[in-house]
Design a protein around this ligand. Sequence first.
Ligand SMILES: [Zn+2]
Length: 62
Amino acid sequence: MPRPHRFHDVIRLGPVQVGTHYDSRGRAKYTAACTAPGCGFSGDYPDRSGAELAARTHHCPA
Ligand SMILES: [Zn+2]
């Protein structure tokens, strides 16, 4: 999994990690990424609650 940014305030919800990072314009972005092998789920969300909701409701397809 590429990690182009440094993440802050990383939490883990099940297999999914949620972290905050800042884009090139300094705006906060919220990313949810599954750490389960072979899953590959990840997404960017405009707010933290959206990323945490995605993490909580994620079910690995594998
Ligand atoms: Zn998953």
